[in-house]
Design a binder for this molecule. Sequence first.
Ligand code: ADP
Ligand code: MG
Ligand code: MG
Length: 325
Amino acid sequence: SGSSTKDSLVTKTFLKFDTVIQLKLYGDEAAEKHLGDIEKLLDRIDQQINMSNPESEISRVNSAAGKEAIKVSQETFDLVKKSVEYAQATEGTFDPSIGSLVKLWRIGAGGQHPPADHLIEQAKSLVNYRDIELDEKNKTIKLAQAGMSIDLGAIGKGYAGDLVSAYLRQEKVSSAIIDLGGSTIMAIGSKPGGDVWRIGLQDPDRERGEQIAIVQLRDETIGTSGVYERYFIDNGIRYHHILDPNTGAPTQNGIKSVTIIGGTATAGDALSTAAIVKGLQEGLAFLEQTPDVEGMFIMEDNKVHVTSGLQGKIKLTSPEYTLAD
Ligand code: ADP
Ligand code: MG
Ligand code: MG
């Protein structure tokens, strides 16, 4: 198969996962059906994992924390299992049991002041991915401590992205861009005719759509986490939505955003969050020794640091940023 120049462009934009989803696909008469199927797939994942929907599988697991094991779908089980594996691989800098802290800080959900220290300590004591008990045979999940909760906000969009790309492969679609709110962007195949996709990377300080660099991709995934979209400011300090499980507070380490190029979308989502928590030096070193992925760190001083595989390959399009050497 492969797309021919006769293929036409179909697009679809809608809200899901609290963000704007943009689908762009070149194809034949089946293309409209593909867009509809993708929307249904994203709906299904959202219904399984959305913490703010009390009926979701994850909410049911959270409600039963400290009490009982809850049977979930194969998809949800796989996602939680993968999340625990990423927590292990990142030494808990990415931790899917971060829910108690997320609920306490309420960043982007009405929170305006840092919570009292003793409340942070209490919520932090409930964050521990080792207390997520997975029963592979019965497909059940149990949270060992009462009050614990799973929050898949830092990996769910990536996981959904991988399911979309598996669907498109199965349907033999060879030319598409799947953009899940700017933080997971998947280039499927190439442009019709074979040209690479040119994807703009968001400038953390600007409106949506303003770019810091352009990357050329073929069949590749980009995952970005940044401290610029959900936050409140208190006493001149910006408290954003990426929390360090070790301190129980938003990171304050000079990083504005981390972009991961390569690997799966799940990896890009989980590892970009983990890299922010690790900080520049540790984060770079961690990505260097992780196969298949490269990383780009944008710092508050507007210096851009990249892993060795990206050196000489990133061209900045904004004069405000410079590449660190
Ligand atoms: P984005 O919102 O752009 O997808 P992330 O992928 O980094 O950014 O996800 C951030 C969300 O993940 C937060 O809103 C919160 O729900 C959750 N989260 C925050 N800190 C962590 C962490 N250290 N590990 C796992 N999840 C986290
Ligand atoms: Mg993430
Ligand atoms: Mg994300």
